[in-house]
Design a binder for this molecule. Sequence first.
Ligand code: KIV
Ligand code: ZN
Length: 516
Amino acid sequence: MAKDRLIIFDTTLRDGEQSPGAAMTQADKIRIAKALERLKVDVIEAGFPIASPGDFEAVRAVARMIKDCTVCGLARTAHEDIDRAAEALKDARSMRIHTFIATSPIHMKNKLRMEPEAVIEAAVSAVKRARQHTDNVEFSAEDASRSEMDFLCRVVEAVIAAGATTINLPDTVGYGLPESIGQFFRTVIERVPNADKAVFSAHCHNDLGLAVGNSLAAIGAGVRQVECTINGLGERAGNASLEEIVMAVRTRQDAFNCDTRIETSEILNCSRLVSSITGFPVQPNKAIVGANAFAHESGIHQDGVLKHRETYEIMRAQDVGWNTNRIVLGKLSGRAAFRSRLKDLGIEFSREQDLNEAFGRFKELADRKSEIYDEDLQALVSDSAPTETRERIKLVAMRSESATGEVPFAAVTLNIDGEERSAEESGDGPVDAAYKAVESIVKSGANLQLFSVNAITTGTDSQGEVTVRLEHAGRIVNGQGADTDIIVASVKAYINALNRILFPVHREHPQAREHG
Ligand code: KIV
Ligand code: ZN
C-alpha cells in the first residue's frame, strides 16, 4: 500500500529567525530559500510580513523566486496582518497564509487579555479573511499543548468549518512528552467531527530536548505535517530539527506509514549555509550534520565499519551530503571550475560582478592554502554576500604582533561608510588587542558574550571560523568570519556582528504582544 506524504514545513526563515542573533537580511533569506527548494521541502515559511517593511520585502522576494515549494507568511488574527501577508505572497506560484492565536488559559488571560469566546471569534474571522485571499490556509492554536481539550476541540472544529485546511497544534513552550503529545493529537483528531477535512500538523519546541521525539510521536498519532527548522534553529532551545525528523522517518520506514519528498543529499549543504548565515555553529556531536556524526573515531568501531558498514552505521554519510572526496579546487583551478563547483553546492550568483569578487577571494585563499574544500568555498561565499547587504564597516587591513614575554599589539584600519580610519592598541592577547583597536574606532560599547574558533577543515592550514556574539542595548547578534589567520578571522567576525548590531532593522515579534 502506498505510504502517505509527510509534509515538511520549514520555518527556519520565520521561527528560526526569531532566535536572538539569527536575524537575516533579504539576501540571506533568498539564499536559504533556494537551498530549501533544492532540499525539496514542501512549505517554506518565509517570515512575518507585518513585522517590518524589510520582512515584507523578504517574504515577497522569496514568494517571487520559489517555484517548487509553497511559500507561507505568518499573520496574527488581525485582518491587517492577514492582508499584509497576502500582499507579500501574491506573486507566489503556490501560497499559504498561516494565522494563529493562543488558546491556553495562561496565554489568553495574560498575553491576549481576551475571553475564550472572543478568541474563537477572532480565529474564525481570521481564517475567513485569509480564505478570501487563498484556499490554502493554516491555523495554529498557539500553546495548544497546554490548552483545555474541550475548548481546543471547539476552536479546531470552528476554524475547519471556516475554511482552514491545515491545523497546527504547537507545543509552544516545549512542555510535552512524546507519549502525551501522541495521545493529545489522537484525542483531537478523534473528537473533532470535521477533522478529516484538514491536515494536522505538529510544531514542537525543544526546551526539554524532546522536539524531535514529540514530532515523531505526533506523526505516529496521524499528523501529516511537521514544522521544523534546519539545525533545529529557533528561540530558546530551538525547534524540532528538520534533518533529524526526515532521517528518522526515512531510516525507520518500518515504523512510519509515511515518507517525505526530501532530497536528503542536500541536507548538509543546507545545514552549513544556515550555520554560516546565522552564526550559530553546529555542535560536533549533533545528529546527521555534526562533524562527528559519521566519524567512527574509536578503533573498535572503525574496524567494525571497515569490515561491514552496517555494524555501526544505520545511515550512509553520502545520503545526507557528506562527501568522501572532499578536495575540490586548488591554486590552478579556473573561473569555470570555481563556478561549476559552487553550482554543485547550490550557490549561484545573479550578478557577474559578485562571482568575480568571490573568485578573487578564492585566488587569494588558494595562494595561502593548497587544497580548497567545499567548506572553504561555503565560508568564502558567505563573506561575499550580494552588494545590497554589504557591511557598512569593512576591514581594510590589520597587523598583529605577539611574542613570548612581549605585550601583544594590533593595528587595524577600517572603512566606515567610505571613510578610512585606523587605530593601534595592545591587549591581553592578539585578539584582545585587535578588538580594542576596532572598538577604539567604532566605539560601539557592545559586550562580547561568546567567542569561539573552529577549524573549517582538517590540517594546520585549515581556515579558522570564528563566531562571536555581541549584546548591545538588550539586543543580541552573532557574527562570523573565516580566514587562514585566526586573528584576521576574529576581527572579521567582530566586524560582521558590529554591522548587524549597529545598523538593525526594526521588526515586531509575532508572539510578543497582546492581540494584534
Ligand atoms: O511556537 C509557536 O506556537 C509558534 C506559532 C506562531 C506557530 O511559532
Ligand atoms: Zn514556534
